[in-house]
Design a protein around this ligand. Structure first.
Ligand code: XMP
Length: 514
């Protein structure tokens, strides 16, 4: 493994992903982890990430004691570069001039990281402090107008540092520099491949679950689908999947889970038709938070009943495990430690009651979203499942603005199906992050259709682009496509006489309307 030491910047996750793109496994550890604990993970290399601090600030994070005596090749990036310089006897200075954004570095001595690369390179910078002199034993390999030591290395001891961000795409040769550190500087081998990941995860699940039984709630989303398929590969019929049809799904979704997923994986599926129950619970409710709470609560109750039923059927072998599609970003964001991460995972299923205690099986907890998709493909899931856009748990319930009724759900389902169909036909599925379609159920406007006056509801299209759903931008879909969607919706969905486009980014708008 390669340890990415997190000094508190958002870059640590990106660095970890880039390392994995070089087919080397990486994990993120906090900068407060003692060096001995890091060594116990037997890292092939250590990368010190960027961070928001100045090494001179009170309480600024520092490298753990003894980190540079571990004999592990180490690469400092940005703040990590400064930490390394300072710890090994170089000097770091405050500057009046910050360097943010694009810059050009000049290679002063190629060393290992820059050998054979152009003398001048575009890089991405984000710093104010700078290394003014490298520690003894280091060669200065690159500099800019404002940063005398933009690159340094001590190949003999296995220490490398750069002031810029190689993990950012704006750094022209960033990936090449990272690869050199990993392969040449640290002797890592590119063996983190999807075939290995699949094999190792399946083996790990087998070992964890043994001969016991497990259940999994399928949402229809990619994470739970890949997790379930993987566990099914590992333990076969010992797994039962529960699919709660709450009636808030999109057109064809329940069928897709029942047919496509089961056909491909051969998984045991327990479908609960709870449409009436959810509709009854949502009757007359308009407040978004109330809707979310009710849907979450009902989901847990239905799942709980199903779990009891399944457990009862198999009284001789109780269900001991619950499979969850927790991803690595959730694990990192909730503190990285196992304890903290579990709190979050339990939240995903909500508070299951005491007598339904499960041990968690989380086969995706070391993976990023794009790796989950690749893994899904590797284990043979169809593209319709693997490339599905995210869809919120509360479903169409939070895309009807106003109370949820069966009739309104039918209207929205039709409009949504048209929008999705046209997006797919235009070949743009993978270019946009998500395409919520929203029904303003309590709003009516006057229109004219044929010779008659209409008084119908508006539909709002909310296509967005995003990398992680934390921020988003409205997708610039081609006008012709928007026009086709608008025409078809107003022609084919009788109750809708107006189609609007949401052109709000996030922030200030969220992706969903509720
Ligand atoms: P917002 O609307 O907050 O949504 O910008 C960010 C992302 O999260 C999804 N979302 C949910 N997913 N359960 C989920 O599983 C939920 O309750 C939920 N609410 C929002 C949303 O679709 C978007 O991808």
């Amino acid at each position: 493994t390669v340890l990415v030491v997190d000094f508190g910047a958002q870059y640590a996750q990106l660095i970890a992903r880039r390392v994995r793109e070089c087919h080397v496994f990486s994990e993120i550890v906090p900068s407060t982890m003692p060096a001995a604990e890091m060594l116990a993970k037997r890292p092939k290399a250590i990368i010190l990430s960027g961070g928001p601090s100045s090494v001179y600030e009170e309480g600024a994070p520092i490298a753990p004691d003894g980190l540079f005596d571990l004999g592990v090749p180490t690469f400092g990036i940005c703040y990590g570069h400064q930490v390394m310089a300072q710890a090994l006897g170089g000097t770091v200075e405050n500057s009046d001039v910050a360097e943010y954004g694009g810059a050009t570095v000049a290679v002063t001595a190629p060393g290992m990281l820059f050998a054979g690369l152009p003398h001048e390179q575009a890089v991405w910078m984000s710093h104010r402090d700078f290394v003014s002199s490298a520690p003894a034993g280091f060669t200065v390999t690159a500099s800019t107008d404002v940063t005398p030591v933009a690159g340094m290395e001590d190949r003999e001891r296995g220490f490398f540092g750069v002031q810029f961000h190689p993990e950012v795409l704006h750094t022209e040769h960033g990936m090449e520099i990272l690869r050199r550190f990993l392969y040449e500087g640290a002797g890592c081998r590119p063996n983190w491949t999807m075939v290995n990941i699949a094999d190792e995860s399946i083996e790990a699940v087998r070992e964890q679950v043994g001969g016991k039984r497990a259940i999994c709630a399928l949402s229809g989303g990619v994470d739970s689908a890949v997790a379930a398929a993987l566990v099914q590969r590992a333990i076969g019929d010992q797994l039962t999947c529960v699919f709660v049809d709450h009636g808030l799904l999109r057109k064809g979704e329940a069928e897709q889970v029942e047919k496509d997923f089961v056909a491909v994986t051969g998984v045991n599926l327990h479908v609960v038709d709870a449409q009436d129950r959810f509709l009854a619970a949502l009757d007359g409710v308009t407040d978004p938070e109330d809707k979310r709470k009710i849907i979450g609560r009902e989901f847990i109750r239905v799942f709980e009943e199903a779990a009891r039923e399944i457990a009862g059927e198999q009284a001789a072998e109780p269900v001991e495990f619950l499979v969850q599609g927790t991803l690595y970003p959730d694990v990192v964001e909730s503190g990285g430690g196992t304890g903290a991460a579990n709190i979050k995972s339990h939240h995903n299923v909500g508070g299951l009651p005491e007598d339904l205690r499960f041990a968690l099986v989380e086969p995706l907890r070391t993976l990023f979203k794009d790796e989950v998709r690749a893994l899904g493909e590797q284990i043979g899931l169809p593209p319709e499942i693997v490339w599905r856009q995210p869809f919120p748990g509360p479903g169409l319930g939070i895309r009807i603005i106003g109370a949820v009724t069966r009739e309104r759900l039918d209207i929205l389902r039709e409009a949504d199906a048209i929008a999705r169909e046209e997006l797919t036909r235009a070949g743009l599925d993978r270019d946009i992050w998500q395409f919520p379609v929203v029904l303003l159920a309590d709003v009516r406007s006057v229109g004219v259709q044929g010779d008659g006056r209409t008084y119908g509801h508006p539909i709002v299209l909310r296509p967005v682009t995003s990398e992680d759903a934390m921020t988003a931008d409205w997708a610039r879909l081609p006008y012709e496509l928007l026009q086709r969607i608008s025409t078809r919706i107003t022609n084919e969905v009788r109750e809708v006489n107006r189609v609007a486009l949401d052109i709000t980014s996030k922030p200030p708008g969220t992706i969903e309307w509720e």
